[in-house]
Ligand binder design. Structure first.
Ligand SMILES: Nc1nc2c(c(=O)[nH]1)N[C@H]1C(S)=C(S)[C@@H](COP(=O)(O)O)O[C@H]1N2
Ligand SMILES: [Mo]
Length: 201
């Protein structure tokens, strides 16, 4: 179901607020780090081996365009975080990227069973302009949290702004609660039958 305030578009609008970085895939690593017991990093080859989560889900940009039925494939973010073992006082995760872009999400949302580090869209590796080699994807959060060219999943104790949050975009960005801008009251979320975080009625 299309969340409130969104419309379906046929075409993606490709964003690169800080420019498109050069990626050297041989030296590329995805690092799981920060306030964790066991930080580690993975090569692109290792990400491909671990990419076992696949599903179809819409993509929603906060500027109101949505793309219907994108086929996603990636690595379970929950599995990566479980391996890294966040310390007990951890509450947020910030995605850090090769171009300097960043985006925070609550640890709870990063642990959602459908949260992934995506390496394929529609059965193909991400194109360079789509964030190759990897970008997080969390179906119930707006697209700006899907940070392209991600290099680090950094676990932190308390909230910090990322690139768009500095301009007033919402800390969490839940599409079903229409969390577009900061200053909105934080409503509670509940688990829907599908296992996805949805608005509390
Ligand atoms: N590194 C980086 N990631 C980014 C952005 C960006 O400018 N730089 N834009 C975000 C926004 S606002 C959206 S809607 C999506 C758009 O994805 P697309 O560029 O693949 O269409 O990427 C997100 N990830
Ligand atoms: Mo966006």
């Amino acid at each position: 179901m299309l969340p409130k305030g969104q419309f379906y578009s046929r075409n993606w609008i490709l964003y690169s607020a800080l420019g498109q970085p050069e990626v050297d895939i041989k030296s590329y690593r995805l690092r799981i780090s920060g306030n964790v017991e066991n930080s580690f990093s993975l090569t692109y080859e290792q990400l491909k081996e671990k990419a076992t989560v696949e599903y179809t889900s819409d993509f929603h940009c906060v500027t109101k365009w949505s793309i219907k039925d994108v086929r996603w494939k990636g690595v379970s973010l929950r599995a990566l975080l479980e391996e890294a073992r966040p310390k007990g006082d951890s509450e947020w995760v910030v995605f850090l990227c090769l171009d300097g872009y960043s985006a925070p999400v609550p640890l709870e949302d990063a642990l959602d069973e459908r949260a992934i580090i995506a390496i394929e869209m529609n059965e193909k590796p991400l194109r360079p302009e789509q964030g190759f080699p990897a970008r997080p994807f969390i179906p119930h959060l707006y697209g700006w949290k899907s940070a392209k060219w991600v290099t680090e999943v950094h676990v932190i104790r308390s909230y910090i702004d990322g690139y768009w949050e500095r301009y007033g975009y919402h800390e969490r960005g839940n599409v079903y609660l229409e969390e577009r801008f900061k200053g909105q009251e934080w409503r509670k979320v509940k688990k829907s039958v599908a296992g996805t975080l949805k608005a509390q009625d």
